[in-house]
Design a protein around this ligand. Structure first.
Ligand code: SF4
Length: 400
């Protein structure tokens, strides 16, 4: 799918990202910054994050500031979104987080009305950090609530008290935060449909602007994934997972949320603009170890090793560098575009089918999925049917 001929190979070695970027045109619209620290490593999580001694957090901040300075020499047009994810960004002390955010504001150009999101875990949000976030210009906090059932949080090895979610939301609202997202996980081993409905009810009662609901994934490189592979943990039956997704659709719609992406619901005007940028295949830049970026078909990942990232700079050493060829870009445009419930304009579908090597195969795959009821033409758009949303990865594989 990807050709790497024009990219320096041996991408596990440090590569100057600025050299790669000089090979193409791009228009960065967003920034993804990765903070890798967590209080505890949840056993289902495959994000690059770890429990670390506090002394490396200041080194992280100093290094991130140098990386932002490097990007300031490259970025011309105003940026529209920032997403600080992790890990748990709110593991940084308020002053450290404020210093990073102030540097992002001062050194990079920002469009009017930009969206700034920071991820947080409920047990790390207190009035002091809530104030620091709002004063730094954060417009949105995405909180990992996951479940309100103590026994299911235990099954996930999440150590927070369910009541801490409400306390954190209160602190953020009191500080003047405009938007809150709550992340929830369903299909947790042993979880029932009634418990999931209760999770949805409790989340809605906290008046979030946005809710993300993800079915639990068993990633091969996680302790939970390995126990699942050995048969020591049973996943939820498929019918239950389907019923839980349908319950989310019904309950959140009844509460006024628009279902706009397979796993995401928002009140009117409250979509996550940063994630929309991913689904529309736009360009974004990166700060921090393990952060993945994209610029006009060029993809890379900053090295996922804090020591290596701290030891070099100002550009991060990168790995997993690839430049998608035309066919790869077409496949990715279908995979990402169909995640949005509004689907893709038929005109764009036709145009994509004329590009790349696999136009005929993709046309046949679309016809087959329409025939089997996973895709449909709705007005002038191609989109998933409700059943197709649950099997979106199967459709995506056929169109990649
Ligand atoms: S808190 Fe989030 S990022 Fe950290 S280990 Fe748990 S799931 Fe992963």
């Amino acid at each position: 799918m990807a050709t790497r001929a024009d990219i320096p190979l041996g991408t596990l070695q440090p590569v100057a990202l600025s050299t790669l970027l000089a090979q193409g045109s791009h228009r960065f619209r967003g920034v993804y910054a990765h903070v890798p620290f967590c209080r505890h490593k949840c056993h289902y999580c495959d994000f690059y994050s770890f429990v670390d001694a506090e002394d490396r957090r200041q080194a992280y901040v100093d290094r991130a500031i140098a990386e932002i300075d490097a990007w300031a020499e490259v970025v011309q047009a105003p940026l529209e979104t920032l997403f600080v994810g992790g890990g748990t960004p709110t593991m940084l002390r308020p002053g450290q987080l404020s210093a990073c955010l102030a540097h992002l504001r001062g050194r990079l150009p920002w469009a009017d009305g930009h969206e700034w999101t920071v991820e947080a875990n409920p047990e790390t949000v207190d009035p002091e950090i809530a104030r620091a976030l709002v004063e730094a210009g954060v417009t949105r906090v995405s909180m990992g609530a996951q479940s309100f059932q103590p026994r299911l949080l235990k099954a996930l090895e999440r150590h927070h008290d369910p009541a801490s979610v409400g306390r954190a939301v209160d602190a953020l609202r009191h500080a003047g935060l405009r938007q809150v997202n709550l992340d929830l996980i369903y299909a947790i081993p042993g979880g029932t449909l009634d418990e999931w409905r209760d999770d949805l009810r409790q989340a809605i009662a906290l008046a979030p602007d946005h809710v993300s609901c993800y079915g639990l994934m068993y990633e091969a490189n996680t302790p939970l994934g390995q126990r699942h592979a050995r048969g020591q943990v049973q996943g939820a039956p498929e019918e239950l997972e389907v019923a839980m997704h349908e319950a989310a659709c019904e309950t959140l719609a009844a509460a006024g949320f628009e279902h706009y992406e397979i796993s995401n619901w928002a009140l009117p005007g409250r979509r996550c603009r940063h994630n929309e940028l991913y689904w529309r295949n736009e360009d974004w830049l990166t700060v921090g170890p393990a952060a993945s970026g994209h610029a006009s078909g060029l993809r890379w990942r900053n090295v996922p090793r804090l020591g290596d990232w701290l030891g070099q700079g100002p550009w991060s050493p990168v790995q997993d560098v690839e430049r998608l060829d035309e066919d790869g870009q077409v496949g990715e445009a279908f995979m990402m575009g169909l995640r949005l419930l509004e689907g893709m304009p038929l005109e764009r579908v036709q145009s994509l089918l004329r590009q790349g090597r696999r136009g005929v195969a993709r046309q046949l795959a679309i016809a087959a999925h329409m025939e089997s009821g996973l895709l449909e033409a709705a007005g002038d758009r191609l989109r998933h049917t409700p059943r197709g949303r649950l099997l979106a990865s199967q459709v995506a594989m056929d169109l990649l």
